[in-house]
Design a protein around this ligand. Structure first.
Ligand code: SF4
Length: 397
């Protein structure tokens, strides 16, 4: 293994991320945050399995109140995940060691207020409560202002470029206001983009600790393979101070994420680095979120498995099907897929690209998905036939 780079070190509870500290494996609890007993049991299980940090999602005052109870009953280092509800930070910060904010979600609440003011608020809360921050950039929820900026660019940008731009914008601002106790994550569901974005960011800001991960890696074993293909080359170059393997598994099996993280570190230590050739770019790509406390129906993981099984016949087609567990990230994070499914409590929303086709019961969604997939296959086959018939002069033979 290449010598690790030395970034600045940030304290996160009883752990350190960066500096000379060992790479910290983290994960996220996937049970409802307001169900205190279940979350305590989940966090205890994950910490026992080796998680150096466990993240919990908070979306409401009720969740925030539950976190106060949870903190009394667990010793583990805790991180809180705030998406658009950044204003809950002051309610939860006394009970956690780190706050993850998403630069792409800050615009939603109080849209008239500049994001810089919101980050200043988060920094003040972090300082007042001895917390670290994570700037968590995600491909499925990029800041619309960044998206618009790159759309204006006549040349199609590399998909990593807007992700890096968003991260740098926030890093520059944090440095300007004198806050350094933070790390950055730049996640995409495509392992190649994860490698590109993190390498580039590490070149530009070698001092900033990086949290590595592939978002929506999906079901194991493929989700583990995708994560290996992204993380192992980075770690082998000494990049990455903490990591999470995001797998679509039931809440009580989240320890698999820790085991996969250990496997990745062991592979890197022994020089067994996964290469992109292990993944077939032309094949049907199913991406699915790891689920978290926001998941709206406990049938979500089962649904992802059914989608994978039912679409196996279309394995040779270059489509992406995205399956997401909730309304918080589901609508945005399915936009880039050929077919998107995002779960509500009783119904699943089906999309073709960014267009909503309709919402269907859990028992009918598979048939509806296959109808849509078959229609896309028909169009794809027709276009391939035309291409095959096209002569060197560009005319159909
Ligand atoms: S999309 Fe999945 S992982 Fe993301 S917030 Fe929703 S349930 Fe949680």
């Amino acid at each position: 293994m290449t010598t690790r780079r030395i970034t600045r070190a940030i304290k996160v509870g009883s752990s350190v991320v960066g500096g000379n500290a060992p790479i910290l494996i983290q994960t996220m609890s996937a049970v409802k945050t307001r169900d205190v007993d279940a979350v305590v049991s989940s966090i205890t299980q994950l910490a026992k399995a080796g998680a150096g940090l466990v993240r919990v999602a908070v979306d409401s005052q009720e969740d925030a109140a539950a976190l106060a109870e949870i903190r009394k009953r667990v010793d583990a280092n805790l991180s809180v995940d705030l998406q658009e509800n950044f204003k809950l930070a002051e309610k939860v910060a006394p009970y956690v060691d780190k706050i993850r904010y998403n630069p792409g979600k800050l615009f939603r609440l109080e849209p008239e207020k500049p994001w810089q003011k919101k980050v200043e608020y988060l920094v003040k809360v972090a300082l007042d409560n001895d917390c670290a921050l994570r700037v968590g950039v995600n491909c499925g929820s990029l800041d619309p202002a960044i998206v618009a900026r790159f759309q204006e660019d006549a040349d199609a940008p590399n998909p990593a470029d807007p992700l890096i731009a968003s991260a740098l914008e926030h890093v520059d601002f944090l440095e300007t206001i004198g806050f350094q106790r933070y790390c950055v994550s730049i996640k995409d569901s495509d392992p190649k983009t994860v490698v590109l974005a993190n390498k580039r960011f590490a070149e530009l800001r070698p001092d900033v600790p990086l949290h590595l991960g592939v978002t929506e890696a999906g079901l194991p074993p493929r989700g583990i393979l995708k994560t290996r293909v992204a993380l192992e080359p980075l770690l082998a170059e000494g990049i990455g101070e903490t990591l999470r393997v995001s797998l679509t598994v039931p809440a009580d099996q989240k320890t698999e994420e820790i085991e996969a993280g250990r496997l990745i570190l062991a592979n890197v230590a022994s020089g067994e680095i996964a290469t992109p050739s292990l993944l077939d770019d032309d094949a049907l790509n199913i991406v699915s979120c790891p689920s978290c406390s926001r998941v709206e129906n406990s049938r979500f993981v089962e649904l992802v498995k059914k989608v994978e099984e039912a679409t196996a016949y279309a394995r040779g087609y270059p489509f992406t099907i995205a399956v997401m567990g909730c309304r918080v990230n589901g609508p945005g994070e399915t936009d880039g897929a050929d077919i998107g499914l995002w779960c509500g409590g009783e119904r699943v929303n089906l999309k073709s690209g960014a267009t909503l086709i309709g919402s269907f019961g859990y028992d009918e969604i598979i048939d509806k998905t296959l109808e849509l997939l078959n229609a896309k296959i028909k169009i794809y086959n027709a276009s391939q036939i035309d291409l095959n018939r096209m002569g060197p002069d560009g005319l159909l033979a």
